[in-house]
Structure formats: structure tokens, C-alpha cells
Design a protein around this ligand. Sequence first.
Ligand code: SF4
Length: 93
Amino acid sequence: MKVWIEPELCMGVGTCESIEPLVFHERGDGLWAVKESAAHFGTEVVFDGKRAPHGREGAARVPDELKDLVLEAAEACPGKCIRVMFDEDTPVT
Ligand code: SF4
């Protein structure tokens, strides 16, 4: 599963990070990005437009053990801007 945020819809509330801080990351400018944590992938990669190959449009891989919390964050997101994909061809939310 992969997750990303549509940045133009993010309301900057931080609900996502309060639910799953290993995946959702405050960028330092009041908006949130997704990340792949060092705890799960060896090296932390933040998809914030500066440190990842696809910038803010990039999608972070989600470890199996965090899938339920990422889906909970997507449900709770007030901007409805968290998108998840279970495989390369099937966007879900
Ligand atoms: S919960 Fe949604 S709107 Fe709020 S900071 Fe996270 S992505 Fe942005």
C-alpha cells in the first residue's frame, strides 16, 4: 500500500500525524507530507518537495503493520486529502 497527500487540499490541522506519526510529517510550513520512516525502511524519506525524488506528489510505501492506522487517518482527515493505493492500478480513496 502507498499513501500520499493532495497538498492543495491540506488544512494543516495535523490530525494525520496525531494518528500515525511514522507516516505523516509536518513539513515546517504548516502543511503535512508523507514519509517512509527509518524504523521501517532503513532511511527516512520525506515526500515534501525537497528530499524525495517525486517531491510532494510522491507516494510513500506503508508497512503492513501501519495500514489500519493510515486508513484511519484518511477517514479522519478534515481536508479529505489523504489518498491511498493498494497496488499500482487501484486507487482506493
Ligand atoms: S489530517 Fe489531512 S488536512 Fe490535516 S494535516 Fe493531515 S493531511 Fe492535512
